[in-house]
Design a protein around this ligand. Structure first.
Ligand code: NZQ
Ligand code: ZN
Length: 386
């Protein structure tokens, strides 16, 4: 296990009714906030009213940025920064899914930056100061509620990049699983694929000594495999929603990746699909992941796939290679069982942009991943996924 610095500063208020903690805790960090949300789901589920009530009760003034898009755009970030400047706002409250929280994070850093916030998306080192961010989570998926990352798109340039650093970690997040009862079957499935992908990105690495982190990962994967079908069947099942929500936070907050070199592989490839086709992130991951697994399976990586097959899927029959292939097949079938598309054709993506997408993904650092990948490799994986 390699040396690491544990830094997970986000306070979590988890469970039913935890919204009651919002006003009091927000007041500790600001009395003039920007309230950020998406396309209206928080109004439909009555959460917007509860948030406003909390802000009023605590004597907090606020302005709003509504309509943050899935795959949040830099244009929304710029609007938010402008509103904060105009009204002297000193904190950002995100109420929604990963897109809303990500957008809020770069608004928070953009307010403290002289130039255009897109500079900070392209270079996270340009984030040297940020307003405090707090979140009320409504969708179990990205883990943005407990990490520093923010993924922002400029679709005019077909660009989508991850940014953020320790300064953009939320000060606190409220995780009430009941707010996810209304998440559609499609987004529930896509969110599960995202949680699993974060876990895979951490799990599939060459570090053999981080035994504990590997077991954490397996626990998260098994949690998704057990509870996603239940949440789809019975959307108001508290136990299922609660376990998926906590899995979302745990998969990416650092607990699974400390002590390892975990340069991610599938995410940079998926971000190119989203950048060119504006697709749902988890759907792209579900399509690419089994193909990436097949592509990187070889004699050197076999041990990890065997560990995965045995510990996550309980496959013990056959040779090591049989177990590895069976585990990949199980992964593919599981995503299918959640009604997620399993090929790029199903979501109307063809080879048109493969060259440029593969090059951009490779330039994003894929040579450091579990298995080093060149642009040519990425193109082959895209083709396997057709
Ligand atoms: O916009 P509203 O009306 O709120 O509707 C949203 C949106 O249409 C809806 N939704 C959210 N909560 C709901 C709900 N509908 C009904 N009931 C609820 N309780 O779901 C749709 C998708 O929301 P979005 O926030 O886009 O989803 P998600 O949380 O999956 O976020 C995806 C974004 O996060 C990035 C992705 O690339 C993508 O841009 N990621 C962020 C990461 C991070 N910060 O660490 C890591 C991830 O790998 C990922 O890249
Ligand atoms: Zn993701």
């Amino acid at each position: 296990m390699q040396n690491f610095h544990y830094n997970i500063p986000t306070q979590i208020y988890f469970g039913k009714g935890q919204i009651e903690n919002l006003g009091e805790n927000l007041k500790k960090i600001s009395d003039k906030v920007l309230l950020v949300y998406g396309g209206g789901s928080i109004k439909k589920i009555g959460l917007y009213d509860k948030v406003c009530e909390q802000l009023k009760k605590a004597g907090i003034e606020w302005k709003e940025l509504a309509g943050v898009e899935p795959n949040p755009r830099i244009e929304s970030v710029r609007k938010g920064v402008e509103t904060c400047h105009q009204h002297g706002l000193t904190a950002v409250l995100a109420v929604g899914g990963g897109s809303t929280i990500d957008c809020s994070k770069i608004i928070a850093s953009g307010v403290c930056y002289e130039g255009d916030p897109w500079d900070q998306v392209l270079d996270r080192n340009k984030i040297t100061k940020a307003l405090p961010v707090a979140a009320v989570l409504t969708l179990a998926a990205t883990g943005s509620e407990m990490d520093g990352f923010a993924v922002i798109s400029d679709l005019t340039k077909n660009e989508k990049w991850g940014s953020g650093n320790d300064l953009t970690k939320p000060v606190f997040s409220i995780l009430d699983p009941e707010y996810t009862y209304s998440v559609s079957a499609y987004q529930t499935a896509a969110g599960t694929a995202d949680i699993m992908s974060h876990t895979f990105e951490n799990y599939f690495n060459q570090e053999k000594g981080a035994y504990l982190q590997a077991r954490f990962c397996e626990g998260i994967l098994k949690t998704c495999i057990k509870y996603a079908p239940i949440a789809l069947e019975d959307p108001k099942n508290y136990e299922a929603r609660a376990n998926l929500m906590w899995a979302s936070s745990m998969a990416i907050n650092g607990i699974c990746s400390y002590g390892e070199n975990t340069a991610w592989s599938v995410h940079p490839m998926e971000h190119e699909l989203s950048a060119f086709y504006d697709i749902t992130h988890g759907v792209g991951l579900a399509i690419l992941t089994p193909n990436w697994m097949e592509y990187v399976l070889n004699e050197d990586t076999l041990w990890k796939f065997v560990e995965y097959g045995k510990n996550v899927w309980g496959i013990h029959e056959g040779s090591d290679m049989d177990i590895a292939h069976a585990a990949i097949q199980k992964t593919r079938e599981f995503f299918k069982s959640l009604n997620l598309p399993s090929s790029l054709h199903e979501i109307d993506i063809d080879e048109t942009h493969f060259n440029v997408m593969a090059q951009k993904a490779a330039d994003g650092g894929l040579q450091n991943g579990f298995v080093a990948l060149s642009a040519e490799d990425v193109k082959k994986i895209f083709k396997m996924a057709l």
